[in-house]
Design a protein around this ligand. Structure first.
Ligand code: SF4
Length: 100
């Protein structure tokens, strides 16, 4: 273990630094400024496990001008909740589809 606390295996794309980079997503996150959900209760976008988001939440996403970068962010990070008008389950399907 180094002074920084990273193992050498953490330096590759599958290591801790790679995971951190994926979680951070694109460094340019100015898209968030245009988010239609800005100021709405965040909890509505993070339904309990196994529950579907409310139709109103998905409706907000449908008219959101930054839906695409939002979805790209979530696909890159694997964050839970509603992003880009999709649920985490839908994004898992998208990822599997793009890997095939
Ligand atoms: S697409 Fe939905 S979750 Fe993403 S920024 Fe827009 S309103 Fe928010």
């Amino acid at each position: 273990m180094t002074a920084a606390g990273h193992r050498s295996s953490d330096r590759g794309p599958e290591g801790e630094l790679g995971r951190l980079a994926r979680r951070l997503g694109p460094l340019d996150d100015e898209w968030r400024d245009g988010a239609a959900c800005k100021g709405l209760p965040a909890g509505a976008f993070f339904p309990e496990r196994g529950e579907l988001p409310a139709a109103e939440v998905l409706g907000v996403c449908r008219s959101c001008p930054v839906r695409r970068p939002c979805l790209e962010y979530a696909l890159a990070t694997g964050d839970p909740g509603v992003w880009g008008g999709t649920t985490a389950k839908e994004r898992r399907r998208l990822r599997r589809g793009s890997a095939a």
